[in-house]
Design a protein around this ligand. Sequence first.
Ligand code: TZP
Ligand code: MG
Length: 208
Amino acid sequence: MRALEGRRVYPITDRHLSGHAHAEQIAILSEGGATLIQLREKSYSPAEFYEETEAALRVAREIGVALIVNDRVDIALALNADGVHLGQDDLPPVAARRLLGPSAIIGFSTHNLQQAQLAAQMPVDYVAIGPIFTTTTKSSSNPAVGLKNLSLVRQALRDMPLVAIGGITRENIDLVINAGADAVAIISDIWTSINQSSHRIQQLLKYS
Ligand code: TZP
Ligand code: MG
């Protein structure tokens, strides 16, 4: 399990919910104990995305946490980030692997068993599945996967590292881990009370 290395909690940055620059969010998350963080940004221009990721990576390197860039293989490559997280409509994982090389962490989002099985045949380090529960953080037409389907995905993927995402909180993290997720990726449960964010990570790490 090279990509996750036993990490159970995989927080994702959100500039709108947190009200902080990505670099600051990384400091907050790592203070709570996170060691693998995804930088997710949906509204920057390429130039802004590049600049903010550069600043975020500087902080991540200083602190010693791994930083995965959402969507942008070009920016991950240009800045030598630890990896990328791709969705169904992004550059395919095989192309990202060609560009980033064997040591980059590549994660791929899936929304059902069939997509997850296909993903497991690709050159990825982890497969993400979601939304597990309904969530307002991402508008999408994909129905909630649910815990039962999550366990079916777990069984089908054997030892492929599996990240669950969507609607996961400190109240349900245990159920999600028990259903077979190796790790959980979380946005709103961390950022909704910004003054509590480091503490939230600590709590999540404790529950997981
Ligand atoms: N992909 C599937 S659900 C989701 C993403 C990015 C949003 C997760 O956010 P939250 O607030 O943890 O439900
Ligand atoms: Mg994407």
